[in-house]
Design a protein around this ligand. Sequence first.
Ligand SMILES: *Cc1c(COP(=O)(O)O)cnc(C)c1O
Length: 252
Amino acid sequence: MSALAENLRAVRARVDAAARAAGRDPAAVGLLAVSKTWPADDVRALAALGQRDFGENRAQELTGKAAELADVDLRWHFVGQVQRNKAAAVARLGAVVHSLDRAALVGVLGRVGEETGRPVEVYLQADLGGPEGELAARGGARPDELPALADAVAGQPGLRLLGLMAVAPRGEDPAAAFARLAELSARLRADHPEAGGISAGMSGDLEAAVAAGSTLVRVGTAIFGARPLPSPSDAAHQPRESHQSHGPLGSE
Ligand SMILES: *Cc1c(COP(=O)(O)O)cnc(C)c1O
């Protein structure tokens, strides 16, 4: 079995085990493979293994990979911070947007959904708090901003509200952070019963996220291998020439 196949199998097994441990149906937890920094060929190999959902966090990288892989039946997800001037391009690709965190994006994304006749699916990104500095870097709306944002999205015919997305703040027990997310999700569902999705959990904390009710985990490192250390502005813009193996897995 290839390293990618083995990693994918192992991650799916982790998700399934976490779901069963929480008394949940493993089929109720989706797996989004976050392919940022990895070449289109890796996505193609995973697609051949049955993986259909892939995530990127930069509009340019998403656009490029989607074009390269136009012949494969994939569902793209955008998990990075949405820049207003690139939001429409992301939405036109049919990508699910996980990071709607401010009202200014509602109209931009909604117009694409109206134009194409295919509503843009969105999660509201929630800021779960945490050590200073973490918030600005990761994005997300404050919990008290979520109800108005949800109403704005629900009132926009070009958008479909799927639920909430969040990243657990570093330096905090992820179980505590994801418990807050579950509470926010329950509150959201009281007003918007259709928006029951929870996009949460990454390579290092997916068990805690699934235990707290995640319906979609976003996993990069545990499937593809360790990314090059982020150098603030350009690391993710420079895809590697090649990489021989996908393991062993490291953390960021
Ligand atoms: C990169 C990324 C992931 C995947 O993180 P890993 O730790 O590599 O699994 C998930 N969500 C978001 C928003 C990301 O940017």
